[in-house]
Ligand binder design. Structure first.
Ligand code: XMP
Length: 519
């Protein structure tokens, strides 16, 4: 098969940081994909046609009988191979070297590598000051090099920290160049892709062109339906698909009555008026809020909203005469199949809301034009498509909307107060120029009233909690450190400007132990 871009294959052995390798390469405009070691065979390699291969780290020991091994033929492709940590060890093991574990071989955290020979293209620009800081995380180490390899750098517990067989194009390092604690790690990847002959042909402009061609080929003259939430992913997907197939696309915006202040109007104005997307706006707030009445359990709320969403969407799809395809803003991190050594199902913390279940039920196929992209690449594609910066930089907003920011029973009164408090809080953040430093900020309304004093009178009103976190992917998060002055001013503004609130809390909880949303 011919591919529009040069491709690099990352074989995953289960490292916690394999995704970071892909990030570093994408930053170098190199197209790469991550595949688990046990899903790659000869036919796959032939079809993928990699220009270079990276073997990731992983928790196993290469000398054990049950150790995960690279696919047969990987060292016979005639392309450069870079082994990282376990990738190095397994490479040595396969090519005739030796790996050992046990006492005195481990090295975790910061380490310093000293050059023994820096005439290696992989090390261009390294070792300017003699030694380089790297990040190690290994229990085993290589104790004997495979034939043909030479050593280029050592650390106290890794005598073969940097090794290579230049003639065959095999490179192997014991440390993790993909993490930030290896300050020159990105340079090492840059050198590797350069010596492998990559020209940096993975750009958003070319992605847009290829994606449009692919969408046209997939859809033909079929009809596509898309649930537009106003979030960045579904919006970028919709605009891209519209560019590819025009009015064969219909977007449905389901207003569940749980949107933020003026949000529904803004989404409709932007997509219908500014982008001329064929958009059906359904106001089903009465249906959703009616069904949520009396429900305070978080999972029951999520399930009710998910079920109604599918019902409403299905009705709209039927009303336009059905569709052959359902468009979704699925991203690459949702697609990467993780390698699990421990096995076993994971616990459901929250039932996430999406339109899952619909495609099979309605006999639709999926169109997922963002499947190969990371979140920041989706934003770059959004910019490429001309979506406004203010829109692209928006904080994530969950599918169930304000329902999960209103712990306990949901009432129209509480939602109204919450919308106003949230708008004041976000306005404060924007006015102080902090919006882009924060991953997600929002207000919540607590299920309690407290006593206060305003003027000379007693109040008995709702308490609002404000939350702001920094994060890379929403999986873990840290509390944003606002100044006391900012917090004080925000408290005063919320209480003065929002009737029905007499107390403001700041949520200090990181994730874990908390989750980002309250429910
Ligand atoms: P939690 O609360 O699980 O949230 O720490 C992590 C990120 O996911 C968002 N979130 C959702 N997004 N549908 C979504 O599309 C959902 O049901 C949902 N629940 C949480 C949350 O806002 C945060 O960014």
């Amino acid at each position: 098969m011919t591919h529009p871009h040069q491709r690099l294959l990352i074989i995953d052995f289960g490292s916690q940081v394999t995704q970071l390798i892909a990030r570093r390469l994408r930053e170098l405009k190199v197209y790469c994909e991550i595949h688990p070691f046990n899903r790659v065979d000869g036919a796959f390699l032939q079809d993928f046609a990699p220009k270079a291969v990276i073997l990731s780290g992983g928790p196993a020991s290469a000398y054990r009988e049950d150790a995960p091994m690279p696919p047969a033929g990987i060292f016979d492709l005639g392309v450069p191979v870079l082994g990282i940590c376990y990738g190095q060890q397994v490479m040595m093991h396969c090519l005739g070297g030796r790996v050992e574990g046990g006492h005195g071989t481990a090295e975790f955290g910061r380490a310093f590598v000293t050059p023994t020979d820096d005439r290696l293209a992989l090390l261009d620009g390294w070792f300017a000051t003699g030694t380089e800081q790297v990040w190690m995380s290994h229990g085993d180490h290589v104790s004997q090099l495979a034939p043909g390899f030479a050593v280029y750098g050592t650390s106290p517990n890794a005598p073969f920290a940097i090794t290579a067989d230049v003639a065959r194009g095999f490179y192997a390092v014991q440390f993790h160049p993909e993490v930030h604690h290896t300050p020159k790690g990105a340079k090492l990847y840059e050198n590797f892709v350069r010596l492998a002959g990559f020209t940096g042909d993975w750009t958003m402009a070319s992605y847009r062109e290829d994606a449009i061609a692919k969408i046209r080929a997939q859809i033909g003259d079929g009809k596509v339906i898309c649930a537009l939430s106003g979030g960045v992913d579904s919006s970028v997907a919709a605009v891209l698909i519209h560019e590819a197939i025009g009015d064969q696309l219909t977007c449905v915006f389901v207003d569940h009555g749980l949107m933020r202040l003026n949000e529904a109007e803004e989404v409709v104005a932007m997509f219908r008026d500014a982008y001329s997307l064929p958009l059906i706006h359904v106001d089903e707030s009465a249906l959703f809020l009616g069904a949520l009445e009396g429900i305070s359990d978080p999972e029951a709320k999520r399930k009710t909203i998910g079920r109604l969403f599918i019902e409403v969407f299905e009705k709209q799809a039927k009303a336009i005469g059905g569709a052959d395809f359902l468009a979704q803003g699925t991203l690459y991190p949702d697609v990467i199949e993780s390698v699990s050594f421990a096995g076993g199902p994971s616990v459901t913390i929250k039932s996430h809301h999406n339109v899952g279940g619909l495609p099979e039920k309605m006999g639709m196929k999926l169109v997922e034009p963002l499947r190969e992209l990371f979140k920041d690449e989706v934003r770059a594609l959004g910019r490429e498509l001309g979506l406004p910066a203010r829109f692209i930089g928006r904080h994530p907003f969950p599918g169930p909307g304000l329902a999960i920011r209103c712990p306990g029973e949901i009432t129209r009164e509480k939602l109204d107060i919450l919308r106003k408090a949230d708008a004041v809080y976000i306005d404060q953040i924007r006015k102080h120029g902090l919006y882009d430093e924060i991953w997600q900020a929002f207000a919540t309304i607590l299920p309690m009233k407290t006593v206060g004093v305003m003027g000379d009178g007693r109040t008995y009103d709702y308490a609002v909690a404000i939350r702001a976190v920094t994060s890379v992917d929403g999986m873990t998060a840290d509390t944003y450190p606002f100044s006391p002055e900012f917090l004080g001013e925000t408290m005063t503004r919320i209480i003065n400007e929002v009737k029905g609130v007499n107390r403001v809390f700041y949520d200090l909880t990181s994730k874990p132990p908390g989750t980002i949303e309250l429910e």
